[in-house]
Design a protein around this ligand. Sequence first.
Ligand code: SF4
Length: 327
Amino acid sequence: MIKVGIPRALLYYQYYPMWKTFFERLGAEVVVSLPTNKTILNLGVSRAVADTCLPIKIFLGHVISLIDKCDYIFAPAVISLGRKTYNCSKIIGLPNIVRALIPECPTILDPEINLEKSRYHLYQNIYELGRYFTSSPLKIQGAAKDAWESNLAYRSKMSREGITCVEAINGVDQTKRQLDFDSVSSAPLTIAVIGHPYVLYDDYLNHRLIFRLQSMGIKVLVPEMVPEESLDAAARRLVGIPHWSFETDIIGAGEYYLETKVDGIIDLSVFGCGPDSMMVDFVKHRAKELRTPFLHLSLDEHASEGGLITRLEAFLDMINLREKICV
Ligand code: SF4
């Protein structure tokens, strides 16, 4: 059976169920790299130029870790997913980055996804991708239809059940979650964590931030718990027409959760990300206006776990103190 390697990084968190369905419907076996660890990070760092952002370094490490395990590596060039909104140049040029830095990589499946172009262009790219596995256009069409339905079901599951991408992919133990909340004597704090999915859900990159908060009995809200239309509307209220693909996850989620009066917002960014540095300022100013505590954490491969915990604890102490004074 043909094996397709999917790196557990970047757009994996948003689209894995859709990609998996597509390849499996065409008879392929999907192989996902292990969760990020020190070896994977070091492999990526060894190939990338120093000022590359951490998520790209991690992606490269995942690709290298898959080299002997699959026949193809899936690394799409996702240019635009909405009208006049674009991904950053590194995501757009991902297949070329992989080719240039990992010459020993197996054949890369690199469909171009650009919703700014015609529907025909999209279908053509999907068809060309499907041709690696079958010559039947009908089979490719059926796989694409099922894949899209998986994607819709995945998005709706997260917003309906209030769960994260990782919980939707791996399954969530709701009983344990309830026990964690029940073990907290006072009303739990509600904290919204905003940022790119590949930063929020990569436990190695962010030192298990979401898990840490949840185990303190804090109710954690993330962008995927809100329907996309609501995030989009919130982003438009704050900054007008979006231009970056991730504006809904950062500006939209920030504004949405600020309006719902959460106890605090944590923005998880990565050092050296141009789009992040522009987007986060909008949310930071808005949080200041609404007097909502806001913590900006910028991560890179040198960020220490201890430093992150100290800043997190100081932030939570400040919120708890504020709640006591206001009671
Ligand atoms: S949006 Fe930022 S973090 Fe994501 S790939 Fe581009 S530069 Fe890196």
